[in-house]
Design a protein around this ligand. Structure first.
Ligand code: C2E
Ligand code: CA
Ligand code: CA
Ligand code: CA
Length: 279
């Protein structure tokens, strides 16, 4: 029994070493990804279901890793958050989105807002509004072309400070949405004070909307409440006609999900823009 215990212990520390080494490896390659401009944005359409009109594109970061190919955010954003590298990555993402928005406008394509995800650390930067304004100016992008998504839990960490920063961003003309709504235990009294235009119903509620009465109730209550507060509602992760029908029936304003489209490369998003916007 003793020997087995020691073996287990040895195995455990060995695994820990491997995990620590793996993490360090990710950290190092993230650092070179930042230096070598290895991040690209994909764009997922946001559609007004009744008219079928394209109203927005969410920018989703991917890491074009020279060895591993396209890496999805869930496997590097957490490390980037912990190490603080998310600040630089977030800056690069915002800049890319602004350049793309300006390019599409130059090309005479219809204007739809590009939604960019912010991380908690970015929201805590006191000079965030100034920094974003400087990037937009440099890229020739207008605030009307941009929307920022902040998660519900992020805003609730420091609600008073969040309200102040979001207020500054909104007064610049940037659109604001609360992401992953329903997962972060918002207090309704704070929600009323948040100067945001949209709430995004989290994918976890949409997934079982047809079979789980709790999820259906949360989704329809969120839509009703948002409308009472003068905000629009985006449902994310919509994959099926039944999910779409439920959401449309309950007045959901905007739909994002595989039902309409997966996230697209910039090139494919441009095609989508040509075909779907403005009609
Ligand atoms: P999110 O902001 O909630 O983004 C939605 C995620 O759901 C995206 O995953 C999208 O591809 C996926 N999705 C959209 N429609 C469907 C659907 O119908 N079915 C399913 N199964 N999935 C769908 P993705 O691109 O892997 O991004 C994951 C998360 O990474 C994002 O969740 C966001 O929290 C974070 N993220 C992405 N880009 C950035 C960024 O530039 N900055 C920061 N800070 N976080 C980012
Ligand atoms: Ca998002
Ligand atoms: Ca989400
Ligand atoms: Ca449930």
């Amino acid at each position: 029994a003793k020997a087995a215990g020691r073996n287990t212990y040895q195995m455990f520390t060995k695994e820990m070493h491997t995990a620590a080494r793996q993490r360090l490896a990710i950290e190092n390659s993230l650092r070179s990804a930042i230096a070598n401009d290895e991040f690209v944005l994909h764009y997922q359409p946001q559609v007004e279901p009744v008219s079928g009109r394209l109203v927005g594109l969410e920018a989703l970061v991917r890491w074009q890793n020279p060895e591993d190919g396209l890496v999805f955010p869930d496997s590097f954003i957490p490390v980037a958050e912990e190490t603080g590298m998310i600040l630089e990555i977030g800056r690069q993402v915002f800049e890319k989105a602004c350049r793309q928005a300006a390019r599409w406008r130059e090309a005479g394509l219809p204007l739809v807002r590009i939604a960019v995800n912010l991380s908690a650390r970015q929201l805590r930067q006191p000079d965030l509004p100034d920094m974003l304004a400087a990037i937009m100016k440099e890229c020739g992008a207008d605030p009307e072309m941009i929307e920022l998504e902040v998660t519900e839990s992020m805003t609730m960490e420091r609600p008073v400070e969040s309200i102040r920063i979001l207020g500054a961003l909104k007064s610049m003309g940037i659109g604001l949405a609360i992401d992953d709504f329903g997962t972060g235990y918002s207090s309704l009294s704070y929600l009323k004070l948040f100067p945001v235009d949209k709430l995004k119903i989290d994918r976890s509620f949409v997934k079982d909307i047809e079979v789980d009465p709790d999820d259906a109730a949360i989704a329809s209550a969120t839509i009703a409440m948002a409308h009472t507060l003068g905000k629009k509602v985006v449902a994310e992760g919509v994959e099926t006609q039944t999910q779409l029908d439920f959401l449309v029936q309950h007045g959901c304003d905007i739909i994002q999900g595989y039902f309409y489209s997966k996230p697209l490369s910039a090139e494919d998003a441009e095609q989508y823009l040509v075909q779907r916007a403005g009609n």
